[in-house]
Structure formats: structure tokens, C-alpha cells
Design a protein around this ligand. Structure first.
Ligand code: DGY
Length: 322
């Protein structure tokens, strides 16, 4: 009997539960290597596929779509979808889906963790201990900055911004925010938030967290002028996308102690990190792991699979982009 199951390309191994569900429903091809699929490899493997389950590191542009005339759905294994040309997909009636909600709390945990790590100099202190050179408790050693009682500024009040707010309230922080669209006064009250102008978030925050989606409007949203407005004692935290901040300007500010430090999970040209970041004592850098808990990555995989299968079955997926 001819195989009538839709052909699907998956660009990297995912948690086993997701693979099992895919294999039960589609004719699955998994890119066999544990490295980012190149544009050439993608082109070669996509041509006869109806479905693509891809990663945030895969560039899905119009050129790729043009070699895949049967493509119906691009299911991104991420909430962010700046790696996909949405206009090109819309023109070609290709549905694009993503994986919000399931990673919100895990990402907010890590965002808060970065605040603690930078303000309390956790890595610096731990590294001294590991080096074998710790000489014992000392009154002035590794003095950091308190988080409790300080002001957290959040730029971008979506799901993750709100989840971060809940954590901040547990630390008695004042939370101010700026968002393109202001929340209702009722929701602000419920969350314990104060809305301020963009410049005021920069000026008033002791911790500034960037939680916006990355697109042409948010490219280098934090630039040299924005950094100059921040308090010299303030910390900058980013778990969104590297492109939301002008890295040159950030490096300059950190190297010259114009701000107190930064906690960064994302970079503009991942995985090529500007080596100047490696020398900064006041900065914690992580390899884009904010959503990387076992439970959350499994949930993301299942959401991505369910989105893909829904479209291939002619149904509306739970999370369709635009
Ligand atoms: C996303 O989903 O966009 C995160 O950056 C990775 O989980």
C-alpha cells in the first residue's frame, strides 16, 4: 500500500515522547546530526516535505519556502519566531506555529536567577572557591547588591514579564514596566505594577529586564543612549533575544562600569559570542538556556508536535503565529 502519511522534516533530535508521537502519525525524517542544519542541508531535505519542525537557530526564509512547494506548516520549537520570514510564509499559505505558555515560568525562573547571580556575584565567588584559593570568611569579601526592596523595571509586559513580576513581589521589589500597549488598570493592580514611560524605566530601575519579542521594532531597543540613562548601580538582564540590545554599546558600558553589571542568556550572533564578554567580571553569561528544564523542553516538544499535526490534519493549531 502506498504511504499516504505526510512527509515531515525535523531538524534536530527532540525528547523521545515527541519523536514517538511524530513517528506514529507522519513519515518522519530527522536531520541526523547534532549541529545546526545549514541552509544547503535544509534545502536538500525540505523539497518533498509538507511539514517542517524546526529550531530557533534555523533560518526559514522565502528562498527555502520556494524549494518546498508542498510545505503547509512550519512548526517552530520556540516561542520566539524571528528566524522565520512570516510575510513570506503568509504569501505562500504556509502556517507558522510556536510554543508559548509552556516555557513562561521556567524562563522567568532563570531571569530571576540571573538577577541573583549578577547582583550577589555568585559565579565570581564560586569560581574563587573552586580555584582552591579561598582563604576563609572575610567581612568585605564579595559584597554584592540586595535584590529585595529594590526596583525592577520590565520592558515588555507579556507572559514572561508577568511571571517575573510575581517572583519580584515575593522579594518585596517595586515593579515598574513599559510595554507598547499598557495593561488595564485592573490588571496592573492585580499584578502590583506601575506603568511608566520608556525613559523612566531606564532611569528608575535597579534591575532592568528585557522581555520583548524580537522584531524590526525592537532591534537594538536598548542602545547607547538608553544605557546612558540607566543608574550606574543598575543591572541589565536579558533572556529575550540578543538583537534587542546594541552589544557594542553594552560592552562599552560594562567595561567602563557605566552600569553595575549584566546577566545575559542571549546574544546577537549566537553561537559566536564577542570574546570581550568573557573578560567581564560584572557579567554572567549563559548559552541561551532560560527555558532548558527537562519538563519544559518536553512540553515545548509536544506543543510543537501537536501544532504541526493539527495543521497537517486540516485543523487549527493551538498556537498559530499571526
Ligand atoms: C524561545 O522559545 O524563544 C526561547 O528563546 C528558547 O526556548
Amino acid at each position: 500500500m502506498a504511504n499516504t502519511r505526510p512527509k515531515v522534516l525535523l531538524t534536530r533530535q527532540l525528547p523521545e515522547v515527541a519523536i514517538e508521537k511524530l513517528e506514529a502519525n507522519v513519515d518522519l525524517e530527522i536531520f541526523p546530526y547534532d549541529h545546526k542544519i545549514t541552509p544547503e542541508e535544509l534545502k536538500e531535505n525540505i523539497q518533498d516535505k509538507e511539514g517542517l519542525l524546526c529550531l530557533l537557530t534555523d533560518t526559514i526564509d522565502s528562498k527555502l519556502m520556494d524549494v518546498a512547494p508542498s510545505l503547509k506548516v512550519v512548526s517552530n520549537y520556540a516561542v520566539g519566531y524571528n528566524n522565520i520570514d512570516i510575510a513570506a510564509a503568509t504569501e505562500r499559505n504556509i502556517v507558522v506555529t510556536n510554543t508559548p505558555d509552556v516555557l513562561t515560568e521556567t524562563t522567568a525562573d532563570m531571569t530571576f536567577g540571573l538577577m541573583l547571580m549578577t547582583a550577589r556575584r555568585v559565579l565570581e565567588a564560586g569560581n574563587l572557591l573552586r580555584s582552591g584559593n579561598w582563604k576563609g570568611w572575610s567581612p568585605m569579601q564579595f559584597m554584592g547588591t540586595d535584590i529585595h526592596g529594590s526596583t525592577l523595571g520590565i520592558i515588555g509586559m507579556g507572559r514572561i514579564g508577568k511571571a517575573l513580576t510575581k517572583r519580584a513581589r515575593g522579594f518585596d521589589m517595586e515593579v515598574i514596566y513599559w510595554n507598547r500597549t499598557r495593561l488595564s488598570v485592573r490588571e496592573e493592580k492585580q499584578l502590583g505594577l506601575r506603568y511608566v514611560k520608556f525613559n523612566e524605566v531606564l532611569l528608575q530601575s535597579d534591575f532592568l529586564s528585557l522581555n520583548v519579542a524580537y522584531n524590526k521594532d525592537t532591534h537594538h531597543l536598548i542602545d547607547e543612549a538608553a544605557l546612558q540613562k540607566m543608574k550606574q548601580s543598575a543591572f541589565f538582564i536579558n533572556t529575550s533575544r540578543g538583537g534587542t540590545i546594541d552589544e557594542e554599546a553594552l560592552l562599552e558600558a560594562l567595561e567602563n562600569n557605566k552600569i553595575a553589571g549584566a546577566g545575559l542568556d542571549v546574544f546577537e550572533n549566537e553561537p559566536n559570542i564577542n570574546p570581550r564578554f568573557f573578560n567581564l567580571k560584572n557579567t554572567v553569561i549563559l548559552p541561551h538556556i532560560a527555558s532548558a528544564s527537562v519538563a519544559t523542553r518536553e512540553k515545548m516538544a509536544m506543543v510543537a508536535v501537536d501544532n504541526l499535526l493539527a495543521v497537517l490534519a486540516g485543523k487549527k493549531p493551538k498556537y498559530q503565529v499571526v
